[in-house]
Ligand binder design. Structure first.
Ligand code: HSE
Length: 379
């Protein structure tokens, strides 16, 4: 397979490095502005118009010009493999359609789970089984922060700087800490697992930027551990619910055992039951290895990750409800219908909410600055 590689950053250089040792894989040209070498070009035309290049690998990240380059490559009949979750979460349906029209591949296995072959296995399962639920810990930066606060009593800012120094965080770490990176990966998992395209604005997403040591202490006092979790469920009648929120997981749960930047991605099939995958969700070589797994998979004839029936779906998160931990500024009012036990903690009121609709809890946090909440995992 002769490849044109777009971007020689962290993941791109990993792809280039690993490809050197792979038989039948040859990176012929690299699109990159920062370096010079005979295989490097700063002109996308030299890649998409090269008749020897069969497949374009995109590891630049960002939405533009990644989208324009993807469209160009597919339009020129090149297979396209990407690790770019933002690109796929926004333009996945359109690019898959274009790939189908052109009879070429569009694969993005490394865009959710980094080095973990989660989407690839989810796709195999979906072709056999009805996937009823999926989710997990899909962001290494936030897990690193929460685990550091929990196990090393580190403050939020120091833990975030460490995660940045270790290369886990996005260029703009707000997409990690605000849950957006997790939400984008959940969109990909819903497309592959449920054949459901969900728009980013339809997934209630709450991250960890408001978390305080007080929340970690409150979790510990209850024998719980804080994790940022993605969750989606598809009922038998097709109704979908999906959200991203911090979660108080049981100390004995698999999620609580996920430390540092490790990811934990799972799905539940009617026949398969619960299947879970752990490993490096980010990082140069693990992610690059997963990109190259997609390249091999294209060579073996694989073309698309979603099924023929994949269509737009609209989650109903008003009907989904569960128990919550909630911390609001002292005196803030909760909806009168919520049954909740209250504790006063200085400037904050902490509530154990017995049962609240997911969409209402997310809306409340958006209304009241400083609020932090976490879903309570069923014991
Ligand atoms: N910033 C992401 C993370 C990188 O922390 O998981 C991998 O998508």
């Amino acid at each position: 397979m002769t490849i044109g590689l777009l971007g020689m950053g962290t993941i791109g250089s990993g792809v280039f490095e690993i490809a050197q040792s792979l038989e039948g894989v040859h990176v012929k040209k690299v699109l990159e502005k920062r370096f010079q070498a005979e295989y490097i070009t700063d002109n996308i035309e030299e890649i998409v118009n090269d008749p020897e290049i069969e497949l374009v690998v995109e590891t630049m990240g960002g939405l533009h010009p990644a989208y324009e380059f993807a469209s160009q490559a597919l339009s020129h009949g090149k297979h396209f493999v990407t690790a770019n979750k933002l690109l796929v979460s926004v333009y996945g349906p359109e690019l898959t359609k274009l790939a189908k029209e052109k009879g070429v591949a569009f694969l993005y296995g490394a865009a959710c789970g980094g080095g973990i072959a989660y989407l690839a296995n989810l796709e195999i399962a979906r072709n056999i089984d009805r996937i009823v639920a999926l989710g997990g810990i899909l962001n290494g930066t936030t897990n690193y922060i929460l685990d550091s606060m929990q196990s090393r009593n580190m403050d939020y800012a120091t833990a975030l700087s460490e995660a940045q120094a270790l290369g886990y965080a996005e260029r703009d770490p707000s997409s990690d800490v605000d849950g957006l990176d997790t939400m984008r990966k959940l969109i990909l998992a819903c497309a592959v697992g449920f054949d459901a395209y969900v728009a980013p604005e339809e997934i209630p997403t709450f991250g960890i930027s408001a978390v305080l040591p007080l929340d970690v202490e409150q979790a510990r006092a209850k024998g719980r551990v804080l994790r940022l979790c993605a969750f989606a469920r598809r009922a038998e009648d097709g109704a979908l619910s999906a959200w991203v929120e911090p979660t108080l997981v049981c100390a004995a749960s698999p999620e609580a055992a996920i430390l540092n930047n490790v990811n934990y991605a799972w799905y539940q099939g009617e026949s398969y039951g619960l299947m879970s995958y752990t490993g490096q969700g980010a990082g140069k070589l693990p992610t690059a290895a997963n990109v190259l797994r997609d390249v091999r998979s294209v060579a073996a004839g694989h073309r698309y990750m979603t099924g023929e029936k994949c269509a737009a779906a609209h989650p109903d998160n008003a009907s989904a409800r569960h128990a919550y931990y909630l911390r609001v500024p002292a005196g803030a009012e909760l909806p009168a219908v919520w049954a909740a036990e209250k504790r006063c903690c200085g400037a904050w009121d902490v509530y154990e909410v017995k049962d609240a609709p997911v969409s209402e809890m997310h809306a409340l946090a958006a209304r009241i600055p400083g609020t932090f909440f976490a879903g309570v995992q069923e014991a």
